[in-house]
Design a binder for this molecule. Structure first.
Ligand code: UDP
Length: 327
């Protein structure tokens, strides 16, 4: 039986990856320190004999016993609000955490895939973003803690590949959504749906002309699964090229939820990228992959998930575990 370690296992993407690898017949070791993760996302896996959970911060030395075939490094705060609240932890998990997991992969002769991001392109001057674009990142801006940690992560991962011959994969993930996103993480989709469910106005930042391209989580997981099995050690964009302005997106959420609230405009956050769309030519060519789930379909499923949450979840302002990390 193949054994896989998934970091960030209790998070949005990590938990879906745990499900997928369990389904594929792997023994899954999930690891998370639960700063932004939530055990409810993987509660259903605890009764599975092929699943184990470790409550551990991967910024500190990581060890698991026995053989290991794959490591998926998906631990990190991943929303602008989160990494503004816990900037040092964000930097550490992308840098020190990645180093620890690369060391573990080397020790175990395991293949490792690291979760990178479209944020490595910063506020891009090339559109759509291809993997050979080097990006436009402000290292000392509010997003710098995430963007630079992820850029360092890519450099470190490539160095282990080049100098140690480690089998490495780098996935550049574009905006992804679906069930198990945190309702209060500040990202635009949970923000809008949460506002609609609470009967509040929808807050569009800036004039709403900035664009994003949203990928449904199942499509993303399929792309990651294929990339891991491939022999490509260069970064690969995985995302849905269906681009939309944030204003149009707000209108779609209003239609979906039937809310009678209106859109209100607030200041655009510093360094907020003006446009984002993945060029997925490479993923199509080498993985035979492209997204299958339309935004209409994906949003319906996601809305049902958010509707099923408790009133307490709906009104909770923050993640409970932040308190002990924020000085
Ligand atoms: N946004 C918004 N209203 C919100 C939250 C976000 O208009 O309540 C905007 C944000 O300024 C950005 C886009 O939606 O332009 C996507 O933001 P998100 O935080 O989801 O992720 P990003 O792609 O910026 O990392």
């Amino acid at each position: 039986m193949k054994r896989v370690l998934i970091t960030g296992a209790a998070g949005f993407l990590g938990s879906h990856l745990c499900d997928r690898f369990i389904k594929e017949g792997y023994f899954v070791m999930g690891m998370d320190n639960l700063i932004t993760g939530d055990l409810r996302n993987i509660e259903h896996l605890f009764k599975n004999e092929n699943f184990e959970f470790y409550n551990h911060d991967v910024s500190k030395y990581v060890h698991v016993s026995g053989k290991l075939d794959y490591i998926l490094h998906f631990a990190s705060p991943a929303s602008p609000i989160d990494y503004l609240k816990i900037p040092i932890q964000t930097l550490k998990v992308g840098s020190l955490g990645t180093h620890n997991l690369l060391g573990l992969a080397k020790e175990k002769k395991a293949r490792i895939i690291v979760a990178s991001t479209s944020e490595v392109y910063g506020d891009p001057t090339v559109h759509p973003q291809t993997e050979d674009y080097w990006g436009n990142v402000n290292p000392v801006g509010p997003r710098g803690v995430y963007d630079e940690a992820k850029r360092f992560q890519e450099a470190m991962t490539m160095a282990y590949h080049t100098y140690h011959g480690l089998e490495t994969r780098i996935v550049r993930i574009f905006n992804t959504y679906g069930p198990r996103m945190r309702l209060n993480d500040g990202r635009v989709l949970p923000a809008f749906i949460g506002q609609a469910l609470r009967g509040e106005d929808l807050t569009v930042f800036g004039d709403g002309s900035q664009t994003r391209s949203f990928c449904y989580v199942d499509d993303l997981v399929e792309g990651i699964y294929r990339l891991l099995q491939s022999d490509c050690s260069d970064p690969v964009n995985i995302g849905n090229p269906d681009e939309i302005t944030i204003s149009q997106f707000a209108e779609e959420i209003i239609k979906l939820t039937g809310t009678t609230q209106k859109v209100i405009y607030q200041d655009l956050p510093v360094d907020d990228p003006k446009q984002r769309q993945p060029d997925i030519t490479k993923a199509r060519a080498i993985l035979g992959w492209e997204p299958k789930v339309s935004r209409e379909e994906g949003l319906k499923i996601t809305y049902e998930y958010f509707k099923s949450l408790s009133q307490e979840d709906l009104y909770k302002k923050d993640h409970k575990s932040f308190d002990k990390y924020i000085q």
